[in-house]
Write a new protein. Structure first.
Length: 192
């Protein structure tokens, strides 16, 4: 009986050690998840961006993962001037150019840290070579995101093509993502 307990404890120890494989169960805080994706601008041009996410990990992939840095870098601007690197904790939804050719970004919070508003979106424009917050352009209401909204950290492909991006109305994965991330809805309010 004593021998059975000894082997039982040894087995439990081995199972605990194998469960500590950080690549499978815990997201490493120092790890940055990245991929490239195609983005179609409102004028029809298709550009390539690189997305990088870093954050505080949680138990199991994608659970309780709090993004602390969300970067968007244009790596191929299809002949257009490149905007500067976007880097903040907010979730990017739209990267585009306005009617004057000025780059803009629409973002939404994943978590309420420092958001301080019930309006769920912010707009930034490139002014004097840097991203600056501007008044939200209400003409963007009902605009669909052109930046991927369905993120599965460990499953993102190296390159995400337009044809692989889900349409939220018909994609079964959309039920796992809140509607405010899938379309700009200026009537939606958040509890920040």
């Amino acid at each position: 009986m004593l021998k059975l307990k000894k082997y039982g404890l040894l087995l439990v120890g081995i199972l605990c050690l194998s469960a500590c494989d950080t690549e499978k169960l815990w997201i490493d805080d120092s790890k940055i998840f990245h991929w490239q994706e195609q983005v179609q601008l409102s004028d029809g041009k298709v550009i390539w961006i690189e997305r990088r996410l870093a954050g505080n990990g949680g138990f199991l992939p994608d659970s309780d993962f709090e993004v602390t840095k969300n970067e968007v870098e244009v790596v191929d601007a299809a002949g257009l001037n490149k905007p500067p690197l976007w880097s903040d904790r907010w979730k990017p939804m739209v990267l585009d150019r306005d009617e004057h050719g000025v780059w803009y970004m629409v973002v939404i919070p994943r978590h309420c840290h420092d958001w301080n508003s019930t309006f769920p979106y912010r707009q930034y424009k490139v002014i004097n070579g840097a991203w600056q917050q501007v008044d939200f352009d209400m003409r963007l209401d009902r605009r669909r995101p052109n930046i991927e909204w369905y993120i599965r950290l460990k499953e993102m492909p190296e390159k995400l093509y337009l044809m692989d991006k889900p349409e939220w109305e018909s994609d079964p994965r959309s039920s796992k993502v809140s509607p405010e991330f899938q379309i700009i809805d200026t009537e939606y309010r958040i509890g920040c």
